[in-house]
Design a protein around this ligand. Structure first.
Ligand SMILES: C/C=C/C(=O)SCCNC(=O)CCNC(=O)[C@H](O)C(C)(C)COP(=O)(O)OP(=O)(O)OC[C@H]1O[C@@H](n2cnc3c(N)ncnc32)[C@H](O)[C@@H]1OP(=O)(O)O
Length: 143
């Protein structure tokens, strides 16, 4: 017996109109995101939105967040349906910069000398070098 596709994707008893209107919250490539909310938005579902989601620490860029960001960016870049990627923050802050609590042995001069674990920067510069068809949009500002 054929199984409806929606039953495979959303095996819940929620009413159909809720299933259709619910945002497409993603676990890209099976990844569970702890520090990000990752969604496809837009009429054509072709805008990848990555929201930093560690508001208790003002979205400080800890290793976990940066690794997840790298994963989400790569997954969107590999998705031929995505034409733009938006990176946004929380209500209070976009991001408070490097995680100065998690990396207790880090200090500002050290970070500036290049010890900052900036996988995002690596990812962005890598994408620039590739033939990416995505536009990048950052929403918000650093504190
Ligand atoms: C190469 C790159 C280098 C860099 O990025 S250097 C920059 C590093 N960032 C900073 O130095 C900013 C440090 N944070 C602050 O100065 C202040 O925050 C703000 C002015 C941004 C905001 O102040 P307020 O509105 O009073 O918030 P709050 O109570 O200080 O912070 C709320 C919670 O967020 C945690 N937090 C804030 N910034 C960071 C951070 N950068 N790394 C880790 N945690 C951070 C705090 O500790 C606290 O949490 P809790 O309530 O549990 O104590």
């Amino acid at each position: 017996m054929a199984v409806p596709l929606r039953a495979l994707l959303c095996p819940t008893q929620a009413p159909a109109h809720l299933l259709l209107r619910a945002p497409a919250r993603l676990c890209l490539a099976g990844t569970q995101f702890q520090y990000l909310v990752v969604e496809k938005k837009g009429e054509k579902q072709n805008v990848g939105v990555i929201q930093l989601n560690h508001p208790k620490a003002l979205n400080a860029l800890c290793d976990g967040l940066m690794n997840e960001m790298n994963q989400a960016l790569n997954d969107f870049e590999d998705d031929p349906h995505i034409g733009a990627i938006v990176i946004t923050g929380s209500e209070k802050a976009f991001a408070a910069g490097a995680d100065i609590k998690g990396d207790a042995d880090q200090n500002f001069p050290g970070m500036l000398r290049g010890q900052f674990p900036c996988t995002l920067e690596q990812s962005l510069s890598g994408q620039e070098a590739s033939h990416s068809s995505c536009e990048w949009i950052f929403s918000g500002q650093w504190l």
